[in-house]
Design a protein around this ligand. Structure first.
Ligand code: P6P
Length: 311
């Protein structure tokens, strides 16, 4: 039988010195919360929890009912487990300080909300630091996401590679299905919202996308970061959410979107940049700050940076 998530974590203790019992408990609580979220997502149409909650969050975005529910489930689990000293959520303006030291968790409870009502893959993204959340992404203790797709998968890095677990509906366990995820050096897919093409601030980006078309790349864009990054992680290629005239620092948030995804991509052998510097080198100044995101296979990311430098 495939290794259950908890057993995997205990088996990794020797190989990963910082993987202590508190972190294992914390990761288990996050996994438990996402199983509950998966159950709600699967039945949302029957529970009357689709659609808007009639509120706008700190990002100025309309909150969906499932956003709110996912946020509440994660907060409940994290507070109950008592191993998170600070909790940051996309849905909450300020950082919740529970105690002065320990692990900090930053999460996007349900990323890709615009896709909820049309039954397209969405996900939960999380990032774990020690003591303070305002640290560069390269200092993450762990990072991962859960994608609620045709199957529910948890993808995790503890700083030594990337593993993926598939939720077994029979047992209710996340079971190890991909022990070592390695990103292809080069792909054939690019992923960007081309509707914004004329708004992109970098002329070099338009030339790079035209280059990929000449190279016969195909376009895949779900509009849910978890889904677009998951496909990039497994098939290679490049995902870009650039700065544009409307979003001058890009749209994706550093702490609980760009940074954890960059950590996973680089741990799997890929590359992640803001266009000016590695995402994992950016030291956050604000909880909800945004950064441009260029991530994926090394060949494509390096080629993109070349075009941007020849703007
Ligand atoms: P656009 C979802 O709302 C999200 O935050 C990410 O999941 C996704 O990558 C991005 O926004 C999509 O944004 O502007 O292309 O609809």
């Amino acid at each position: 039988m495939a290794v259950p998530f908890t057993a995997y974590l205990f088996n990794k203790k020797e190989e990963i010195p910082h993987l202590d019992d508190d972190l294992i408990l914390l990761l288990n609580e996050i996994a438990a919360a996402t199983k509950e979220i998966a159950g709600k997502v699967r039945k949302a149409g029957l529970l009357g929890i689709l659609g808007s909650a009639g509120k706008v969050n700190v990002q100025g975005e309309e909150v969906q009912k499932l956003d709110e529910l996912a946020n509440e489930i994660l907060l409940e689990n994290l507070k109950n487990c008592g191993k998170a000293c600070q909790i940051t959520s996309e849905e909450i303006e300020d950082c919740l300080v529970v105690s002065e030291s320990g692990y900090t968790v930053a999460f996007d409870p349900l990323d890709g909300s615009s896709n909820i009502d049309v039954n397209i893959s969405i996900g939960t993204i999380f990032s774990i630091h020690r003591d303070s959340v305002l640290k560069a992404g390269k200092e993450q203790i762990a990072a991962g996401y859960v994608i609620y797709g045709p199957s529910t998968m948890l993808v995790l890095s503890l700083g030594k590679g990337v593993s993926a677990f598939t939720l077994d509906p029979e047992s209710g366990n996340f079971l190890l299905s991909h022990p070592e995820v390695k990103l292809p050096k080069k792909g054939k897919i690019y992923s960007i919202n081309e509707a914004n093409r004329e708004k992109w601030t970098e002329e070099g980006l338009r030339r790079f996308i035209d280059f990929l078309k000449e190279e016969k790349y195909t376009l895949r864009y779900v509009g849910s970061m978890v889904a677009d990054v998951h496909r990039t992680l497994f098939k290679g290629g490049i995902f870009i959410y650039p700065a544009d005239k409307k979003n001058t620092s890009g749209k994706l948030r550093l702490l609980y979107e760009a940074s954890p995804m960059a950590f996973l991509i680089e741990q799997a052998g890929g590359m992640a940049s803001t266009g000016e510097k590695p995402i994992l080198e950016v030291v956050p100044e604000k909880l909800h700050q945004r950064v441009p995101v260029i991530l994926g296979s090394k060949w494509e990311v390096e080629k993109c940076l070349e075009f941007l430098s020849n703007n």
